[in-house]
Design a protein around this ligand. Structure first.
Ligand code: BTN
Length: 263
């Protein structure tokens, strides 16, 4: 039995009582857990489901990039839930907050929602939505896809001098939680993630702003946006927009198509 499969029932038991219709599914291989759930949504399946895979053959990242992971080296899963918050702003940041808190006190967030450990990328989040019905207040199916590097990176690829915010090599959860398996990690983060997404539906990003600030890896750091803008990151506003202090004043960065890097 695969490690993920061994934890499926306990995950279901922890989540199902608060989420009617919830199922857990583990696949040995799939192109992408997000793509699979979005295909099902387009086919009309709108039930809450957690889909994890031992291996993805065409994992997807933000901004049209790929997400490459080797079987046994990472945790890859997607959680689909029908949701109807009054304001969707900041949902992907809330997902990041939930994961960072559930993983380890030293896991930070690089806006909008990369999971970082010691300035290196530990994991990524891809949130997509499929429409259910029409009109104001209509529900959407949210598909929150999460990839977490499990393996400790090879010593040779680690920075010799630790530079706090230079993403030299990816981080691995094994650096923080030695011996913890992907299945154990999923069992730890999934129930918290469901609770936090339901909290987001009721309260919006307001409930997460302070929690994000406590994990914000960019706060007070000089940054450069992919459109060339330079400034100093100053946290996020009540809708999750990154505040960057520039020569022209404070710029609010909302577009998920803008990337930010420390400089
Ligand atoms: C990013 O950092 O660009 C986001 C990466 C998200 C990767 C996860 S792995 C599980 C789910 N399925 C995918 O194809 N992507 C997400």
């Amino acid at each position: 039995m695969s490690d993920l499969l061994a934890h499926a029932e306990d995950i279901w038991l922890a989540i199902a009582p608060g989420l009617p219709g919830f199922t857990v599914e583990i696949l040995p291989t799939v192109d992408s857990t997000n793509s699979e759930l979005m295909r099902r949504a387009r086919g009309g399946l709108m039930e809450p489901v957690l889909l994890a895979a031992d291996e993805q053959t065409a994992g997807r990242g933000r901004m049209g990039k790929g997400w490459h992971s080797q079987a046994g080296q990472s945790l890859t899963f997607s959680l689909a839930m029908p949701l109807a918050p009054s304001d969707w702003s900041g949902l992907s940041l809330a997902v990041g907050v939930s994961l960072a808190e559930a993983l380890h006190p030293e896991v930070k967030l690089k806006w909008p929602n990369d999971l970082w450990f010691q300035g290196r990328k530990l994991g990524g989040i891809l949130v997509e939505t499929a429409h259910m019905g029409q009109g104001v207040g209509a529900q959407r199916l949210v598909v929150a896809g999460i990839g977490i590097n499990m393996a400790r990176p090879a010593a040779a690829s680690l920075p010799v001098v630790e530079s706090a915010l230079t993403p030299v090599a990816p981080a691995g959860l094994a650096e923080l939680a030695m011996g913890q398996t992907a299945g154990e990690t999923l069992e730890c983060v999934a129930p918290a993630l469901v609770r936090d997404i339901l909290m987001f539906e009721r309260m919006g990003f307001t409930a997460f702003a302070q929690r994000f600030a406590q994990r914000d890896a960019l706060a007070g750091i000089p940054v450069q946006l992919s459109d060339g803008t330079q400034g100093t990151a100053q946290g996020v506003d009540g809708k999750g927009a990154l505040q960057v202090k520039t020569d022209r004043g404070v710029v609010a960065v909302t577009s998920s198509e803008v990337s930010v890097r420390p400089c």
